[in-house]
Design a protein around this ligand. Sequence first.
Ligand SMILES: NC(=O)c1ccc[n+]([C@@H]2O[C@H](COP(=O)([O-])OP(=O)(O)OC[C@H]3O[C@@H](n4cnc5c(N)ncnc54)[C@H](OP(=O)(O)O)[C@@H]3O)[C@@H](O)[C@H]2O)c1
Length: 263
Amino acid sequence: MDLKLYGLRALVTGASRGLGFATAKKLAAEGVLLVINSRNEDHLHQAALKIEQETGVRPLTVAGDVSQKETAESVVQSAVTTLGGLDLLTTNAGGPPPAKFEDLDDTAWQNAFELCLMMHVRLIRAALPALRQSAAASVVTFTSYSAKQPIPNLVLSNTLRAGVLGLTKSLSQEYGRDGIRFNSVLPAWIETERVLSLMENRAQLNRSTIEQEIEKQAQQSVFGRMGTADELANAVVFLLSPLSSYITGVMLTVDGGMYKALY
Ligand SMILES: NC(=O)c1ccc[n+]([C@@H]2O[C@H](COP(=O)([O-])OP(=O)(O)OC[C@H]3O[C@@H](n4cnc5c(N)ncnc54)[C@H](OP(=O)(O)O)[C@@H]3O)[C@@H](O)[C@H]2O)c1
């Protein structure tokens, strides 16, 4: 199937590994002109090389912490300047740390607010002028199924991800007439470094092993396994593509059936 992505211009943040990397690689394979971002310049460079080896397309890189206001704006500006415009944006970064509510002070909440909510706000705000010029503008915000179903020991994520859904839905309404689509993906237990470190944390709390914790979580999926980053990326790439041109304001859970409620 032709996703009609060839030649479009994209910025993928949080893309040196995990879900962002898998998304960037699939976009590159579709012939998208890409800028990728993460904080660690070496890791980002390695990711760009790997994408080139696997797809023949070398993404450009802009390192920087997108939870910081000025950096988020300058990452977008660099991407727009380098690509000569912007059609596609995925807003993604790392997740907040696991913790019990009583162990979190105001600084921890403020940091999580910058990372989990303001990161999306600032990247999108900076990208809007370029997206308005695009005939195929599409934004996908990466959130979590924790926005629908709280995850134990992750109150920062459970609280702030819900705000991203409110933001994404609001923007889908506000900018539809500008031809810009906004959708969210809500991953659950897709095996990445982040998930392995959360499983390590559970293993310490429960005096078990990482393997046992992965197995317990995997059993919550109707398939009895965790997902792969490629499976999440397939959903993102579809939502970014012109093939989903009449889809906006959607919150797509990619969780192997872990979320059991109707809505
Ligand atoms: N995997 C899942 O099942 C799952 C489920 C629900 C929600 N999520 C959320 O989805 C997002 C991606 O998940 P993941 O599993 O791919 O995480 P991951 O394995 O930790 O990868 C995060 C990526 O983002 C980059 N990054 C982290 N903080 C950044 C920042 N402030 N600015 C720019 N780049 C940053 C990291 O590279 P650098 O270290 O070089 O910056 C890395 O490339 C996270 O927010 C996670 O909480 C994931």
